[in-house]
Design a protein around this ligand. Sequence first.
Ligand SMILES: NC(=O)c1ccc[n+]([C@@H]2O[C@H](COP(=O)([O-])OP(=O)(O)OC[C@H]3O[C@@H](n4cnc5c(N)ncnc54)[C@H](O)[C@@H]3O)[C@@H](O)[C@H]2O)c1
Length: 320
Amino acid sequence: MTEASLSPQITVIGGGSIGVAFAVLFARAGNAVRVYEPDAQRQQAVPLEVGTRLADLHSYDLLTEPADAIADRVRVHASLSDAVADADLVQECVPEDVQIKRTLFSSLAELTRAECIIASSTSFIPSSTSAEQTGVEERTLVAHPGNPPYAIPVIELVPNPQTRPEIVQRAEKIYRQAGMSPVRVRQEVEGFVFNRLQGAILREAYALVRDGVASVEDIDTVVRDGLGRRWAFMGPFETVDLNTRGGIAAHAQKMGPFYERMGRERGDTSSWDPELVGRVEAQRRELLDLQDWEDRVAWRDQQLLTRLQFAAHHTSKENS
Ligand SMILES: NC(=O)c1ccc[n+]([C@@H]2O[C@H](COP(=O)([O-])OP(=O)(O)OC[C@H]3O[C@@H](n4cnc5c(N)ncnc54)[C@H](O)[C@@H]3O)[C@@H](O)[C@H]2O)c1
């Protein structure tokens, strides 16, 4: 990396939904960004979309410099070799098609510098598949964002068994510098963590609609006005840890049999056995001592009320 730690050169490949959003994210963080896009119409659209998204961020007071100055850091390229020549990190944002990704990675083996990180935005495809025998497997990892990444900070970093640890460390540093919240996924599984969790709830939601238990709108209401209220600021483990006096171990003991029966109804025979619950409990207790449980429950309630207050304020402003 030239000026490495200060301002790595970023190249985004594929100027669609995620590519444009990554360009905004990295440019806003001060990086020069090249976007390679083969489609002529998209080449025209990318700068316009970058401008619109930056204008949105500005209107929410989320920029620390003029939008034009940030937009100036983004350059669209019609030539892949020009776009990647001196890149420190390539963010691959091409369609979710293993063959398109494989062909691209084989080209990048020739066109990028040996130390360039290749990060795939893929939602499902592990890089041991997409980068296999392309010549870049040792410097490729998955870096899966939410959509859009400048508004959803988490990014899942998933190395393949050949990815060099130094590549993962450098990628993590670059995403942190760009304001993201990287999570390292320890094994390559299809869909990683984000889409596995999303998939679990979607599978059940489809089954409930199929069986006539609830409408699509009612299921979305249960998540939006129910589960999602807490998930806006904490995850499912912390949620149930705080729901039951005695924490997550007490929750698993009291509620586990109900959840296991519901799973069996859906053909899932896995159980929350005592060893597994014990491991989850031990990790939770490292994060929250049960002595502090009441305080954390009070914190949860304050978080909920803060959001209610914000919503009430904004709704009344919008209606006035
Ligand atoms: N959209 C999401 O919500 C989301 C979220 C996380 C990750 N992802 C992942 O990000 C990747 C991109 O998804 P998207 O929604 O931005 O797709 P998209 O269809 O909006 O954009 C893809 C872009 O890639 C371009 N392209 C096609 N072939 C190319 C090639 N060979 N080289 C370079 N560019 C090429 C297309 O012209 C298009 O502009 C996918 O792997 C997807 O799974 C998407």
